[in-house]
Design a protein around this ligand. Structure first.
Ligand code: GRG
Length: 347
């Protein structure tokens, strides 16, 4: 019971601006979440961790860093910067930035070291949403509870805003990662990881395979796993691995983060497929039931609703086990709690 309060409060927190997060009954709701006892059933991660407090502490700095990251410096750039900021600041749960910072802190690094990368990750994620919503892709007119970028700015500007946000993400992490705290080698490693997770072995490759499978009558579970390992999990892998690299992790620690990211990234997608059939458009901030209506191959279609729920839980347990293989539960507590949130989220 206590845990479901925490999850609902977390969902509220992650999707509301700071003025909404602590008002009236919502405030009571958040404090009811209080200190959440996280007890992973299949792995030995019994620990007490206040996820709501952790996220409350992270939300302000992340939103401020995102807001400051796109600035028009001349009137000629006003339009494209407005279009970029429109989608970047439209809300969103900020899962990837939080995971990057949590991984950095887990290995002994600090928030400021990971923040430029956290911003880059959210830029990459947001640009992928802008392009995903285009008529040539998923053709959607609602995202994060607002009209999609191309609906407001037109297809031409939306494509260019996505392109600009992608290149700005690389500029941002290279320019602003503190040089006195992180070696140039580690920054290059991070840039390589970000580049890889966007390209043919990441979001873009996963999306192409997704489009190919849409045209197929019966895509297999193996094909679905390939698609989402690349389209969805790759960016979550990059988030935790880059955070760990920036925090000074060893190769073995980074490898544990990669395994965690792959499993929890797939679990994230299974949860997304479940929400497509169980949540409303209002709850999701995007069109609900779209995959179902299109008879798209999803985890729910292949495994059934209960089977998909079991798959999500199995993947989350394996993700947590991978982390606990290398880190003690105290240090890993934020990422373990976020893993639970990812499979139990309401949007
Ligand atoms: C990256 C070059 C390049 C092109 C983009 C369109 C495309 C290629 C890829 C699609 C990527 C995509 C939309 C994957 C789905 C991932 C997913 C489950 C998104 C939802 O993420 P949430 O729930 O969203 O974190 P919020 O709005 O909360 O941030």
């Amino acid at each position: 019971m206590k845990r479901s309060f925490a999850l609902a409060a977390l969902s509220l927190f992650l999707n509301s601006d700071s003025s909404l997060a602590f008002t009236g009954s919502q405030s009571a709701f958040l404090s009811a979440a209080g200190s959440t006892r996280l007890s992973a059933t299949a792995v030995d991660s019994d620990t007490t961790f206040d996820l709501t407090a952790y996220l409350t502490a992270k939300k302000g700095p992340i939103e401020a860093a995102l807001d400051a990251s796109i600035v028009s410096t001349q009137k000629e750039t006003d339009k494209i910067c407005e279009s970029m900021s429109y989608s970047l600041m439209a809300g969103g749960k900020r899962v990837r930035p939080v995971m990057c910072i949590a991984a950095c802190e887990m290995v002994g690094g600090s928030e400021d070291v990971a923040m430029p990368c956290a911003v880059s990750l959210e830029m990459i994620h947001t640009m992928s949403l802008i392009h995903d919503d285009l008529p040539a892709m998923d053709d959607d007119d609602l995202r994060r509870g607002e009209p999609t970028n191309h609906v407001v700015y037109g297809e031409d500007v939306a494509i260019l805003a996505g392109d600009a946000m992608l290149s700005t993400s690389f500029e941002h992490v290279a320019r602003y990662t503190p040089k006195d705290k992180v070696s140039a080698d580690r920054v290059v490693d991070v840039i390589v990881r970000l580049g890889k997770c966007v390209g043919a072995e990441g979001l873009a490759g996963g999306q192409v395979m997704d489009l190919e499978c849409e045209a197929k009558e019966n895509a297999t579970l193996e094909e679905l796993r390939w698609i989402h390992t690349h389209k969805t999990a790759a960016l979550l892998v990059a988030a935790v691995a880059c955070g760990a690299v920036l925090g000074g992790a060893s190769d073995e620690e980074v490898a544990a983060c990669e395994e965690f990211g792959t499993k929890i990234g797939l679990a994230f997608q299974v949860a997304d497929d479940i929400l497509d059939v169980t949540a409303s458009t209002e709850e999701l901030g995007k069109t609900a039931g779209k995959d179902l209506d299109a008879d798209k191959t999803t985890y729910v279609k292949l495994l059934g609703l209960e089977g998909a729920k079991e798959e999500a839980k199995r993947l989350a347990d394996e993700a947590k086990a991978a982390l606990l293989n290398k880190f003690d539960a105290e240090k890993a507590a934020p990422l373990l709690a976020i893993a639970d949130y990812i499979v139990n989220r309401k949007n």
